[in-house]
Design a protein around this ligand. Structure first.
Ligand code: NAD
Length: 405
């Protein structure tokens, strides 16, 4: 036996040959992180009434500069006195509460900004019972929850998601984090919000590309879980694109409920939660091969869903009707359905498909040369398949079939 170290004066040694094992059972990490309540408010946004007239709870609000400047936020924002400014943001206080306004967009999703949130909580002498409250899109929600997960080993977090994408996707499911060393979401924790306050009215002020990003994820959710939602996409395009309140509310609550059920079943993504990545293997490859920021995430996901449908048909998994209907719907909403996305137009088809294939192989979940893809046999019938490189090339560059034969 190899002695590791001397433990007590009685010469008790730990030995590498020790056969003794034992385990420890823990309670849920934090009582505030054990479940999520969702409230959907139609009509006007009044965060002042929702939060600032409340009595006891101390809150640390986190938002970004674009959201802070929205007319719908004016009443809420009036109440604060600026305490500290720093490059790209400021903090402010109002009675027992504190606010931090960060820069807007993915480039601000940094560990430095997460730590600024934690620092404000410390500066304001918040205790572990403080509630970290994100008012924002996926970036602000992810960072606020990450900060809350670290502060004094875990404080409660609540979200007011303000983008369609955050409402249908990012706010639900407990994944928090930030980007690091040029890798997206490289660090983070599972730390769900205890309460989500949905105001679909926030969607009205979203720029079109942000709206379409959320819409692509909503369409993905329809294909995965809801024939009824898919019918709405097929039959109510004009209302959807006009952002009619009733149809928006239906889309948002259907998607949030569908994701909630999946997360309940598979919180840490051991199996069925991975289905939410439908279209994403192609999308991530396109986003990185074309240069980050060239194609929006939603546009990439929509294109990726089309490629996944073609692949599914090529492999004999789905009917031609499933594939055709999806491609037609995507085209109807003006998403790209060509094998070669126009963002790759600078390359020959051979180069473009090879670049995308290489990017797809980098996915950390792949175990060999094949690529793990989420594919459907029909609407709401989904599974994970390992696909050979030649079959990937076939959907990225159909001409490769004749050349390879
Ligand atoms: P975002 O938070 O950067 O918001 C997009 C832009 O819209 C920002 O500039 C923001 O200031 C602006 N904005 C927000 N609300 C607005 C409103 N109501 N009106 C006008 N402008 C508004 O990005 P996003 O698209 O919401 O989310 C993307 C992020 O979400 C990514 O970082 C991604 O990793 C993350 N995400 C997380 C999960 C998860 O499960 N945690 C899931 C999907 C995506």
């Amino acid at each position: 036996a190899t002695d590791l170290y001397k433990h007590t004066e009685n010469e008790v040694y730990y030995s590498m040959n020790s056969a003794e094992t034992f385990s420890i059972t823990y309670p849920a990490i934090h009582p505030g992180a054990a479940h999520t309540d969702i409230s959907v408010f139609s009509g006007d946004i009044d965060l002042h009434a929702l939060f600032l007239e409340s009595e006891s709870v101390r809150r640390i609000f986190v938002t970004d500069s674009t959201i802070a400047a929205l007319p719908s936020m004016a009443h809420f924002m009036q109440r604060w006195s600026t305490a500290r400014t720093f490059s790209n943001g400021f903090t402010a206080v109002h009675g027992k509460d504190a606010l931090i306004v960060l820069g807007a967009g993915e480039s601000y999703k940094t560990i430095e900004n997460v730590l600024l949130i934690v620092r404000l909580a410390i500066d304001e002498n918040m205790t572990r019972s403080a509630v970290f409250t994100a008012i924002g899109g996926g970036v602000i929600c992810d960072m606020t929850a990450f900060a809350a997960s670290m502060f004094k080993r875990g404080a409660r977090v609540e979200f007011v998601p303000t983008t369609l994408l955050a409402m249908v996707d990012a706010a639900v499911g407990g994944k928090s984090g930030c980007d690091f060393l040029n890798y997206k979401n490289m660090i983070g924790a599972f730390w769900p919000a205890q309460q989500l306050y949905y105001f679909p009215t926030f969607v009205q002020s979203l720029p079109n590309d942000q709206f379409r990003s959320g819409l692509a994820e909503a369409l993905k959710t329809a294909y995965l879980y809801s024939n009824d939602l898919l019918t709405v996409f097929k039959t109510q395009k004009a209302d959807i694109l006009a952002r009619t309140a009733s149809v928006l509310q239906y889309i948002i609550s259907t998607c949030a409920k569908a994701k909630a059920r999946v997360v309940e079943e598979d919180f840490t993504e051991q199996n069925v939660r991975a289905y939410l990545n439908l279209g994403h293997t192609f999308a991530h490859a396109l986003e990185s091969a074309s240069g980050l920021g060239i194609v929006s995430h939603g546009d990439a996901v929509a294109w990726g869903m089309g490629r996944a449908a073609v692949m599914s048909h090529n492999l004999g998994l789905c009917s031609a009707a499933y594939m055709q209907e999806m491609l037609e719907l995507l085209r109807d909403y003006e998403w790209e359905i060509g094998a070669i996305h126009t963002a790759m137009a600078a390359y020959t088809p051979e180069e473009a498909s090879q670049l995308l294939l290489e990017a797809m192989k980098k996915d950390k979940k792949n175990t060999d040369d094949s690529v793990r893809c989420i594919l459907q046999t029909a609407v709401a019938q989904t599974a994970i398949y390992k696909v050979a490189p030649k079959d990937i090339l076939l959907v990225l560059n159909p001409a490769s079939a004749s050349k390879g034969a």
